[in-house]
Design a protein around this ligand. Structure first.
Ligand SMILES: Nc1ncnc2c1ncn2[C@@H]1O[C@H](COP(=O)(O)OP(=O)(O)OP(=O)(O)O)[C@@H](O)[C@H]1O
Ligand SMILES: Nc1ccn([C@@H]2O[C@H](COP(=O)(O)O)[C@@H](O)[C@H]2O)c(=O)n1
Length: 207
């Protein structure tokens, strides 16, 4: 069985996907982390991502030789969650060859597991349009900004709000696999829900 969770930034996709996967004993893929890992690799190789349009061939060459190491990625989540990687990750995710690299890897993992939860932006629309269950998360922007500020231990709520809004806008308006709700996806507004309540609601839908 394939369960997909897509939605806007900071709506709780990865938190809920991880907890639900443990509760119902499913495997779990956080596709955003894969985009972040590629972005980290590019920055590590000193490719300047400001105005990277003329560096696409260089990036393509690097990505061709890059192999995802899920264990290493999961051990270094905090490194991938920086503001810099969040910002450039959204730019890098616009490139179709990057999306192909991530989606090929997702397909490879999926082929090894019977039951899986995958979260991201285009999983229910593009990657697994025939998934068994699809969810789409939304939440009030102020609540999302407060949640991320809490996570980062920051008081810069307004700055964080602008950062999230910018990422949503870029994800929704890009040409390749834009963020949008699949028609068959169940809409979940996490604004007033606790983490536990959200997990329980999803579990109820699966019954
Ligand atoms: N229902 C909730 N109530 C309170 N806090 C929540 C809730 N859901 C998630 N959070 C918190 O909000 C923050 C963002 O959640 P999370 O990283 O899971 O979102 P996301 O949608 O995966 O974000 P992104 O796509 O940007 O990676 C986390 O600190 C998480 O603990
Ligand atoms: N399926 C996906 C998942 C993510 N992205 C892009 O990657 C960025 C980082 O993802 P997070 O979920 O970790 O925030 C995100 O802002 C998207 O631009 C994507 O395009 N498709």
């Amino acid at each position: 069985m394939i369960i997909t969770i897509d939605g806007k930034s900071c709506t709780g996709k990865s938190t809920i996907a991880l907890l639900l996967s443990k509760k119902i004993n499913f495997s779990y893929i956080n596709s955003g982390l894969l985009y972040r890992a590629i972005t980290h690799e590019i920055l590590k190789n000193k490719i300047d991502l400001i105005n990277f349009k003329n560096k696409e061939e260089q990036i393509k060459l690097l990505i061709n030789h890059y192999n995802f190491d899920l264990q290493k990625i999961n051990e270094n989540i905090s490194i991938f969650k920086t503001i810099e990687i969040s910002k450039f990750g959204t730019e890098i995710a616009k490139l179709q060859f990057v999306r192909d690299k991530v989606n090929d890897y997702i397909s490879e993992i999926n082929s090894k597991y019977k039951n899986i939860i995958i979260e991201g932006r285009d999983i229910g629309t593009k990657v697994f349009p025939n998934a068994d269950f699809k969810f789409f998360f939304i939440a009030d922007i102020d609540i999302r900004a407060n949640r991320l500020a809490l996570e980062r231990n920051s008081k810069e709520i307004n700055k964080i709000k602008i950062e999230i809004q910018k990422r949503d806008l870029e994800d929704e308006n890009r040409k390749n696999s834009p963020l949008k709700k699949a028609i068959s996806a169940i809409l979940i507004d996490t604004s007033k829900l606790t983490i536990e309540e959200t997990v329980n609601i999803l579990e109820q839908h699966l019954k």
